[in-house]
Design a binder for this molecule. Sequence first.
Ligand SMILES: Cc1ncc(C[n+]2csc(CCOP(=O)(O)OP(=O)(O)O)c2C)c(N)n1
Ligand SMILES: [Mg+2]
Length: 697
Amino acid sequence: MPSRSELAACCLVDTMIDEPDPITASPLGQETPLPSRRELANAIRALSMDAVQRAESGHPGAPMGMADFGMVLWNDFLRHNPTNPKWFNRDRLILSNGHGSMLLYSLLHLSGYDLTIEDLRNFRQLGSRTPGHPEYGLTPGVETTTGPLGQGLANGVGMALAERALATRFNRPRFPIVDHYTYVILGDGCLMEGVSYEACSLAGLWGLGKLICLYDDNGISIDGKVRGWFSEDMVQRFQSCGWQVIPNVDGHDPTAIHEAIAQARAYSQSPTLICCKTTIARGSPNKGGSEKSHGAPLGAAEVAATRENIGWQHEPFVIPPEHYRAFDARAKGAAWEAEWNTLFARYRAEYPGPAAEFQRRLACGFPPDWEELAWNFIQAMQERHEDLATRAASQRALETYGPYFPSLVGGSADLTESTGIPWVGCRPVDFENPDGNLIYYGAREFAMNAIMNGLALHGGYVPFGGTFLMFSDYCRSAIRMSSLMKLRCVFILTHDSIGVGGDGPTHQPIEHVAGLRIVPELSVWRTCDTTETAVAWKAALERLNGPTCLIFTRQKLPHQDRTPEQVRAIARGGYVLLDCGDNPEAIIIATGSEVQLAVAAARQLNEQGRRVRVVSMPSVDVFDAQDADYRESVLPAAVTRRVVVEAAVTAPWYKYAGPQGVVIGIDHFGVSGPPEIIFQHFGFTAERVAATVLGLF
Ligand SMILES: Cc1ncc(C[n+]2csc(CCOP(=O)(O)OP(=O)(O)O)c2C)c(N)n1
Ligand SMILES: [Mg+2]
């Protein structure tokens, strides 16, 4: 091997080799000097390029470019405990440009998380803990799943809001029990995505002073130099949103980076964006600065050239002990946590009430008499027999359940009243009152749902948020990410069909319910009256391992008669609402606003001597999860005369209608007009349903 100075002399490009700097120079008495800051960053570069090379796929450029600021953030600032990645008061770190996952994996490994060198060698392999993009719940230390650009940043806004709100609520003089930063690393792509504007606009308004974003300002995205498609002035953009911006930081100068992060932390009034000027794939002599390093391995020859250029003399996946020693955060992490535990113990002694409430909040648990409370309410809804829009019924549920769930935080994307979000006793979140429980998100559906995901991920909150079902397209990716991460979020989607009438086809969802029902891990309810709505809310709150969409009407719906057994059966997702003795000849299945048509049609037919059953199926996924016997008892296989009614696309319903059945739905866009007229216009009448059933005989 050539000596380091020889290597430095023969490098044609900007050399990456330097001498130990004073910050990490070996303390007296240690045998091996600690590596220089640059060498520490080079460990990340080496691991990243080698892992991508070995996997023969991945993104080496971003982690190599971000290695210096990643190293400084991790070693100088991040308060975390590798041996307890779930320690409550840890700083949250999000890699919003998730394609740079090897940065995160390298740092987690080097600082002592339970992520071995073998895990890194298995980057992107089936079953490994180092998937292509960071996945929440799979890899210790990964705070959120990222990959869809921009959303990690919005998650970070939610986490920082949660921190500020809980701190406001629970901290006391000398007792900063909630006191941590949210750091987001992001790239050009994240800032090009509209959701970044939506979320950052709110972060500025809310004064999230402990949100610190490090922008990998490398001027490159997949298609090349970004100046052709991304040229706005980041300083002006973020300042106009109320942020502190620290521009033009040399993202490869550890001192400059250290100073910038310190400056960000020193200013508590607003979030900070630090623009780190970097070179993508820094260290690669022929691919550094080029989009060629974005999403493909450097290639064996270039990896070798990079090794030489940066003076990394170790074999792939070999990290010298002194590097590990320099990164190891286990001792300081354990000390931080122990210190916090002591602080919390003293807090509990001095403020037992708030301490108990704090712990309840973190558990997001249930009120003591939850079952009784909920069933009393459900039963009361049945007895009151009120004809209400289900969006109004939802508000009733919130009025009842809300006061018992301090962790519930609601909001809407500028449709607060129309989606039935506010309930008596809720307080708006704003700069002065971050600990409110009603968030005015403005017309920003995507950020709303991504921020909700961040609130849920942080802990201490069960978020819900409302918009029109039609606009679920705008936030669909966040709903998907919520499902992928199995978060406890409730998405309220109202104005659920052609029942919105006069607003016309732009506002009339046709394919949306079906589209949501096919998202894995997502539970979807579309309810027909106040009682079903009360049950749906109960189910949503009780669903600890995944999000729920509650789909409600704008228009009033008639209340349905039920026995107590039928009320109980609603929770099974599908149940017999109207029966005709033991032996039905035909079954009508309906959801939401169409249940009333099914009931009216079945009554007519039964009066004529037919035996027609009505099954209300507010939640297909919940019904599907029931045991086979129950499903058979509701939908006997022998009864093949089946009609399904739902004012939406028909195709998915054939699994229940069966080959001999008929689905009455809508396979085209809607029209503008008064709702009752449109329902008739498209054939949603009891007469047509009855005639369709008779047509099967
Ligand atoms: C929502 C979304 N759209 C597109 C992509 C595909 N994609 C992955 S990385 C990337 C470019 C990102 O550019 P930048 O953040 O600057 O990354 P760099 O090339 O600097 O690593 C794109 C478009 C994605 N991951 N997410
Ligand atoms: Mg870039």
